[in-house]
Design a protein around this ligand. Sequence first.
Ligand SMILES: Nc1ncnc2c1ncn2[C@@H]1O[C@H](COP(=O)(O)OP(=O)(O)O)[C@@H](O)[C@H]1O
Ligand SMILES: [Mg+2]
Length: 246
Amino acid sequence: MPSQQNVISMQKVCKSFPLEIGGTQQVLFDITFNVAPGEFVSIMGPSGSGKSTCMNIIGALDNATTGVYELYGRDISTMTPDELATIRNEYIGFVFQNFNLLPKRNILDNVMLPLMYRGLPMDERIKKSREMLKLVGLENFETYLPTQLSGGMKQRVAIARALAGDPKIILADEPTGALDSKMGNEILQFFKKLNKDMGITIVMITHEFDIAKYSNRLIHIYDGRITYDGKIPRSEADLMPKRDKK
Ligand SMILES: Nc1ncnc2c1ncn2[C@@H]1O[C@H](COP(=O)(O)OP(=O)(O)O)[C@@H](O)[C@H]1O
Ligand SMILES: [Mg+2]
């Protein structure tokens, strides 16, 4: 039954890509999970396990081959490209490993960008973007260019941009992948705060257990299958299904 209360609902989602030599490669196998409002979930798995493929489906950037994916109770597979762009803009704040900031625009412009599609008057866009820069502690940097900031600051700009549109969910793919551990820790603490204090739903993709530990729930993907879904386990070894001892 479609569940209106879930932010994300995947039921038996499979994804295959066509191969140039013919045939297909299946990358996701029967992925089933729900995310409720206010959760902070990490999707963890080694490189090539299918995390980004899964994120692209969650973010309405790609469709499942089979199975059902619903974003806030809405099946995205039937939507037109325009409807998809609208739903992405309204529901999802994306945060990427490499920040994806416009290098020639100052950080206020960068944060304002997603609000352009909202039909908001300019003064409201500026007001909202300034509030978001304040939230991430960069209110004194609005005229700076991204190149003048540290990696951690750039990621905070990207988070302010993601939050400016009042998204239902923050979707972050390896958000600390390009940061040293101190700046990475700062970003992860900030995610924790956003989740705890503001109740923002966060789905974070990572290949590292130490990063997944900042979330409250861990979904482990291995070779395109979920092998674990639950609280953060004590050890990384618990993420793989138990083998029979010989
Ligand atoms: N657009 C695509 N076309 C063909 N194969 C793809 C495509 N995207 C991903 N894959 C394949 O799917 C598998 C999982 O990739 P990906 O989801 O990027 O894994 P991860 O993010 O966990 O490293 C890889 O074998 C990759 O080569
Ligand atoms: Mg990836």
